[in-house]
Design a protein around this ligand. Structure first.
Ligand code: GAR
Length: 197
């Protein structure tokens, strides 16, 4: 069995979409893969409650209790790697994990570290993507699932979804429209990766 570890910082709606797809489409039987754990850098992350309700193990690793970014990333790596199974290092999914990761961390998980970003990359890497898309007068916006490389929000694209930007949109209304699409493309991109291996 190949273990998947999901990293979150907040509400965890993408995490939940992945958990539900894994159950609905029986990833255990289809791809010999399961979500083994959800790890948050914040104890208050709402997604932890959702994960527990789905029977998934959760862990909290509070970044504020580490002296440096490197120390936090090393501890996180140790927790993730504890879910390795013989011949199968874990697949790691960032789902609203709002931490910049060190190159050492990213390189350790090369090819098996995935992120979802709420813009049509390479446009609008970084934060405040929806307001920036509205301010730029974009007529479409969207989300991107990509492999993580050391350069922020720049790895190979696995999936994208496009939504219209509508007259009168605020960052919140646009974010909600994009999020519904995120919930569709993230599980699909993970399945693609599981099928490739
Ligand atoms: C999602 O919109 C995700 O794309 C974004 O945070 C939200 C998390 O929502 N990620 C980033 O901005 C990463 N830079 P969720 O916790 O409900 O899945």
């Amino acid at each position: 069995m190949k273990n998947i570890v999901i990293l979150i910082s907040g509400g965890g709606s993408n995490m939940l979409a992945i958990l539900k797809a894994a159950q609905r489409d029986n990833w255990a039987a289809q791809y010999q893969a399961q979500v083994a754990a959800v790890i948050s850098n914040k104890a208050s992350a709402g997604g932890l409650v959702l994960a527990r309700a789905q029977g998934v193990a959760t862990e909290v690793l509070d970044h504020t209790s580490f002296a440096s970014r490197e120390a936090f990333d090393a501890a996180l790596m140790a927790r993730i790697d504890s879910y390795a199974t013989p011949g199968h290092p874990p697949l790691v999914l960032l789902a609203g994990f709002m931490r910049i990761l060190t190159p050492g961390f990213v390189n350790h998980y090369a090819g098996r570290l995935v992120n979802i970003h709420p813009s049509l990359l390479p446009a609008f890497a970084g934060l405040n993507t929806h307001q920036r898309a509205i301010d730029a007068g974009c007529q479409v916006a969207g989300a991107t699932v990509h492999l993580v490389t050391p350069e922020l929000d720049h790895g190979p694209i696995l999936a994208q979804a496009v939504v219209p930007v509508l007259p009168g949109d605020s960052a919140d209304t646009l974010a909600a429209r994009v999020l519904t699409q995120e919930h569709l493309i993230y599980p699909r991109a993970v399945v693609k990766l599981l099928q490739d291996k």
